[in-house]
Design a protein around this ligand. Structure first.
Ligand SMILES: Cc1cc2nc3c(=O)[nH]c(=O)nc-3n(C[C@H](O)[C@H](O)[C@H](O)COP(=O)(O)OP(=O)(O)OC[C@H]3O[C@@H](n4cnc5c(N)ncnc54)[C@H](O)[C@@H]3O)c2cc1C
Length: 338
């Protein structure tokens, strides 16, 4: 059981900046995110795209913003629990008991939900038979590309991820790219590259087809593909990779007894607390009159929610407002030597 002042759900820009604000006021926190990396939508949906409306930063990409936010909270050494989803919460004696899908448990007087548009989950292959191999030879993301070296890989999808990985893995693996349409949705340069590799017989491309079944014992041995005319072909395969994009689901958050309005959590704008004492919601997931779904709004909301947590985490202390510029206590917390 991990005992902390605040459990933050979501490591998007809002959750990250809120962690910084908690650190500044002397509170501890733990951060859980369903993704395998830190950064939320910025890192998952537009890492390379420039953002132009972060205060005082004329231009930075989603990845640069994430890296800067991570850098800013380094002094506090907060723990991140990635690839895990907060599943259940219960209140006992004014403390929240939190359980994740992977079985981690936390106890905290405060929970800050910075869950954005919900947890990102990959769209999976429809055949039930794929579940048996999931995480082992049926994959929806790649953590270590070296496992595919010298192997036979069937990649499904028509967007950038499917094309990029088909191009990359064709260097060291036998790759078949399968797409249900004739045209690919990815960047033109990638589509051209795929055609070139196909001509050079470095990659097989099958269109107007989708996965029908997978077969094997402990690991995958065969992938069945069905075309639009109902014809089925089998391909020997060590891996089947699906890149069909992500679905965003509020999932378990819906079961926690919180007021929900059109997939968002209504909050008060004084401290961003929800209808449950000690549960706050900030960023894209919260709603109030005039809410702007922008990163800069999430930063402001996180600053106020952090102060809102103080009274439950330190019931016998009075919160004192301090500037980072002038407060010795804050500078000590950040590790600034003068
Ligand atoms: C293409 C695009 C361009 C954009 N451009 C701009 C821009 O120029 N300027 C701007 O200000 N905004 C922009 N935005 C919007 C901006 O990205 C969002 O406002 C911002 O990411 C919201 O941050 P967040 O931290 O609230 O949520 P998110 O970034 O969505 O992060 C939420 C995190 O919570 C996790 N999560 C959810 N539920 C759970 C759970 N139960 N357990 C564990 N983890 C969970 C998710 O996996 C996710 O990582 C853009 C968005 C998109 C899609």
């Amino acid at each position: 059981m991990i005992d902390t002042d605040v459990l933050i759900i979501g490591a998007g820009p809002t959750g990250l900046f809120c962690a910084q604000q908690l650190g500044i006021i002397g509170l501890k926190c733990e951060v859980v995110d369903n993704l395998d990396k830190i950064g939320g939508q910025c890192i998952e949906l537009y890492p390379g795209k420039p953002i132009y409306d972060i205060p005082a930063i004329p231009e930075c990409t989603g990845e640069e913003l994430t890296n800067n936010l991570i850098e800013q909270i380094k002094p506090f050494n907060f723990n991140f629990h990635l690839s895990d989803r907060v599943q259940k919460i219960n209140n006992k004696n004014d403390k929240w008991h939190v359980k994740t899908l992977k079985g981690k448990e936390f106890i905290a007087p405060n929970i800050i939900i910075a869950g954005g548009v919900g947890s990102f989950e990959p769209r999976k292959f429809p055949p039930k038979s794929c579940e048996k191999f999931e995480g082992n030879s049926v994959l929806y993301s790649i953590k270590d590309k070296t496992i595919f070296k010298g192997k036979t890989v069937v990649i499904f999808g028509g967007g950038d991820s499917a094309l990029d990985w088909a191009i990359e893995l064709s260097k060291n693996s036998k790759v078949t790219l399968v797409h249900r349409r004739d045209e690919f949705r990815g960047a033109q340069a990638s589509v051209e590259k795929i055609k070139e590799l196909q001509k050079e017989k470095k990659i097989d491309v099958i269109t107007k087809s989708s996965i029908n079944d997978v077969k094997g014992n402990k690991t995958l041995e065969l992938v069945e593909i069905k075309n639009d005319d109902g014809k089925i072909i089998s391909i020997n395969a060590d891996y089947a990779l699906g890149f069909f994009g992500l679905i965003m689901q509020l999932g378990p958050i819906l079961d926690w007894g919180l007021n929900i309005n059109k997939k968002t959590i209504p909050v008060n704008t004084e401290n961003f607390e929800t209808n449950k004492k000690g549960i706050f919601a900030i960023g894209d997931i919260c709603s109030y009159p005039g809410k702007l779904k922008l990163i800069l709004s999430g930063f402001h909301e996180g600053a106020l929610a952090a102060r809102g947590c103080f009274k439950y985490a330190r019931p016998n202390e009075k919160y004192r407002f301090e500037f980072t510029t002038t407060s010795k206590t804050v500078k000590d917390r950040i590790g600034i030597k003068e």
